[in-house]
Write a new protein. Structure first.
Length: 137
């Protein structure tokens, strides 16, 4: 995004500085579009703030998007998507899976991601694909 992204981020930082609020207090990413996309995709505020964790812009399409819809699609690919029925799908990097909370239900291992339990339904070279439901089972 180059200049446009830099302007948006600088504006958000200036607004936070003028109001005396910190990014952590507001639970907002430095880039307001990322905050909005995470809220829309996951249904909750980002668990991180500033440029940390889920707020790190480079993890969404390598930090490149031309409009909000492209960013939101990248956030959906990275963080998963909750559907109207409460079912969610999510891609989890293979190196992160061992650090996730897990449990066994009827001999099947489930992993907790963003407060929801899911099971592995597929994988590629870099990540596992999980599916679960909004009910947490």
């Amino acid at each position: 995004m180059g200049t446009t992204r830099g302007f948006i981020v600088a504006g958000a930082a200036l607004a936070a500085a003028l109001t005396g609020a910190t990014a952590a207090q507001a639970q907002n990413c430095l880039d307001p579009w990322i905050t909005q996309a995470i809220r829309e995709v996951t249904g909750s505020a980002p668990k991180d703030s500033g440029e940390r964790g889920v707020c790190t812009y480079t993890q969404y399409n390598n930090g490149q998007w031309n409009n909000y819809d492209e960013l939101k699609a990248a956030v959906q690919r990275k963080l998963g998507r909750i559907t109207d029925r409460g079912t969610f799908t999510m891609s989890v990097p293979k190196n992160q899976l061992p650090s996730l909370p897990s449990r066994s239900i009827n001999g099947q291992t489930q992993y907790m991601v963003n407060g929801k339990w899911g099971r592995i339904v597929g994988q590629d070279a870099a990540s596992y694909n999980l599916i679960g439901d909004g009910g947490g089972t």
